[in-house]
Write a protein that binds this ligand. Structure first.
Ligand code: ZN
Length: 185
């Protein structure tokens, strides 16, 4: 749970630290606003990622399920600046599938916390593997990092792409290719 009082005190100190006057009119309510916002953008920390994947349906014989363009927003843990983009997931069910809305919820759970893209990709893959136990899985995340675009090397539009493969996707370039072309990568 976000400790709102602690966040408020920290934001006030941050404002002082950058040479601002936290008591000027425009900033008076900022610490409180940021504290409330933190409960939202870091709320994934309080969620059990497996929870969304508990509800499963049997779907014998289904070959591959692809969900693409799952938009997400996260915060890079190195700079506490947003990174955002899309997650794409393909899995080969072993008789069981998850509800279509559950994969995006799983992505959200990991996005709404201080995060790095590589780790998020692995976490999403591992959560799906352990809850749904598919025969194969591939997760691709593409994202733009504002810590690269608004500061530092300043390369707007540059995207980082990360992938995780499990089971039948792992050593099968053909399966990977089919998925990558389905998501136009
Ligand atoms: Zn960063």
């Amino acid at each position: 749970m976000v400790d709102k009082e602690k966040v408020k005190a920290a934001v006030r100190m941050l404002l002082e630290g950058i040479g601002e006057d936290p008591d000027r009119e425009g900033l008076l309510e900022t610490p409180d606003r940021v504290a409330r916002m933190c409960a939202d953008i870091y709320g994934g920390l309080d969620e059990d990622p497996g929870m969304h994947l508990q509800k499963q349906f049997s779907a014998p014989g289904s070959e591959v399920v692809i969900e693409k363009d799952i938009v997400f927003y996260s915060m890079c843990e190195h700079h506490l600046l947003p990174f955002f983009g899309k997650a794409h997931i393909a899995y080969i069910p072993d008789g069981k599938i998850a509800g279509l809305s559950k994969l995006p919820r799983t992505v959200e759970t990991f996005a709404r916390r201080p995060q790095i893209q590589e780790q998020m990709t692995t976490q999403v893959a591992d959560a799906i593997m352990s809850s749904l136990n598919p025969k194969g899985l591939m997760v691709v995340i593409e994202a733009e990092h504002t810590c690269m675009t608004m500061r530092g090397v300043k390369k707007p539009g540059a995207k980082a792409i990360t992938m995780a493969t499990r089971g039948e996707f792992k050593d099968d370039p053909e399966k990977q290719k089919v998925f990558l072309s389905a998501i136009s990568l």
